[in-house]
Every structure is written in C-alpha cells, then in structure tokens.
Write a protein that binds this ligand. Structure first.
Ligand code: 13P
Ligand code: ZN
Length: 269
C-alpha cells in the first residue's frame, strides 16, 4: 500500500522534521521507552484526495468537544511507540488522524491504524486553543527532560515564575529565545483532561509549560521551534546544576542585565 507521504513533498518534509526531533529527544535521554509525544497540525497541506480518503479505524471519542478542530488533520506519535523508532520509521510509529464533524471524535486515515498518543487530550486541547486564538503555531511537543523535571521536585521552584527567572538568568540565549518563560502546572494524572485543561490555561502566557514531576509541553510554529525552546531551557538548567555541583550558587544575570536584553531584543515579557 502506498504511503500518504508519496508525491507530497511538503507533508513528507513535516513528518521528516518530526522524525528528526524524535531522534534528538532520544539522544538527549529525554525519551525513555515510549516517553513523550509529538503532534503537528497538517491541515494546511491536506489535498482533496486525502480529504476523500476512507478511515482505517473506527471513530474514537476524544472525550471533549473541541470546536476549532472540525475537519482538521494531525500527524501524531502512536501511543506506546518509542521516540527512537519514530525517528527511523515515522509512519509505522505514528499516524494521520482526521477530526470528525462532531468535533469530539477522530478517525485514523493513514498509513497504518496506529492509535495516537495517550496524551491526545492535552495535544488536541492545545491545538484547539491555538487555532481559536488565531496563532500560527502548528506543533506540540511533550518530553521528559531530566534536569527540568528534577527541578520540579523542589517546591520552592514551583511558585509562579521562580524557575523562569532562574533559568533566564543563567545565559542570555534563554531570555532571548524562550521569552515567555516556563509555566508551571501542578501534578495531574498523565493523559487526564484535568492536565489538558490546566495546560491550555497556561498557554495564554507561556509557550512552554512544565507538568510537575513529569515533563514539559512546548508549542511552536513548527516542531523545530517547539524543540529549541525546551533545549534552551534545559541548557540553562544544566548550567545551574553544573555550578551547584562545583559547590557554589550561580550568581545569575542581574535584573538590570535582563532588562537590557528585553529592550535590545524587543522581548514580549
Ligand atoms: P504515549 O506513549 O501514549 O505517547 O505516552 C508517553 C507519555 O509521555 C505520557 O505522558
Ligand atoms: Zn509524559
């Protein structure tokens, strides 16, 4: 059977980018077993032939009505699939889904009936929010970065914007390239709507949010941008941990220096 990617170079490139990022997540040590998930909104690159493709699965209830997703298409990592396998064989470890007209169910259309990630509630809720708010963001990445997750085991870091300020102050790049900082979401059961709803609320203020004692969720124009913000935050966490392991508290850039960056780079916060 031919792949949906055949003779569709734009779609194939987007899936190849997901595969590339999946490889980075594995190499970083952030993707134990099936840890983490990626979804991208591919509705823009869907043609009539795809629109007419028959479902290869039953309809599955999402568990919530997401009005902005009517007729949208997503490429999703499969549940229980490994990032390191997604990197090499994206269409065997992920699938394309179509949101049905009721906005509360989906069906798989290609290439294989690979059931999408168990965090679909959060991913689709995020995409629904992004479309509804007029954003051009198309990608959502959830991953388990060791350093950032470790920091959430310290209650002092969970207060609003404490981690944001600490991580920003470690290196100018983080202030510049993750300009909204890191939102914090108190622990909630993985895959739950409680987690999905809390995530969406934080997206009004942040592009990257931390699921306490679990992992991060990042949204961006494309999968590379979403990955880069997590990578930058993790770099800051590494600098902090390295200084601590050398036996001193890192000084951090002063408020004055960070304000200077905000003005120089015309940053939103
Ligand atoms: P999935 O394998 O269902 O994508 O779950 C991985 C994960 O990280 C859950 O939070
Ligand atoms: Zn997870």
């Amino acid at each position: 059977m031919k792949s949906i990617l055949e003779n569709r170079p734009v779609l194939a490139k987007q899936v190849a980018d997901v595969a590339e990022v999946a490889g980075y997540l594995w190499q970083k040590g952030w993707a134990e077993r099936n840890g983490g998930n990626i979804t991208i909104n591919i509705t823009d690159v869907i043609d009539d032939e795809i629109r007419n493709m028959k479902a290869i699965s039953d309809r599955v209830e999402i568990g919530s009505c997401l009005p902005h997703l009517k007729g949208c298409y997503f490429f999703c990592k499969g549940t229980n699939k490994r990032m390191r396998d997604l990197a090499r064989w994206p269409m065997e470890n992920g699938s394309v889904i179509r949101i049905c007209d009721d906005c509360s169910s989906y069906e798989i259309i290609a290439d294989k009936p690979v059931a999408p990630t168990s965090e679909l509630a959060s991913h689709l809720s995020m995409h629904n929010y992004l479309i509804g708010s007029g954003s051009n963001y198309k990608a959502a990445v959830h991953t388990h970065p060791i350093d950032l997750v470790a920091m959430t085991h310290n209650p002092a870091f969970l207060k609003k914007d404490v981690l944001t300020k600490l991580l920003w102050s470690m290196i100018p790049e983080t202030r510049a390239f993750c300009p909204k900082g890191l939102g914090i979401i108190p622990y909630a059961l993985p895959s739950s709507f409680e987690l999905a709803n809390a995530t969406v609320k934080e997206l009004a203020d942040y592009d990257v949010v931390m699921w306490e004692k679990h992992g991060v969720c990042s949204v961006g124009e494309n999968v590379m941008e979403a990955f880069d913000m997590v990578d930058t935050l993790s770099k800051s966490a590494q600098i902090y941990l390295t200084a601590k392991s050398m036996g001193f508290e890192p000084e951090g850039m002063s408020d004055k220096l960070m304000e200077e960056l905000k003005v120089a780079f015309n940053l939103p916060k």
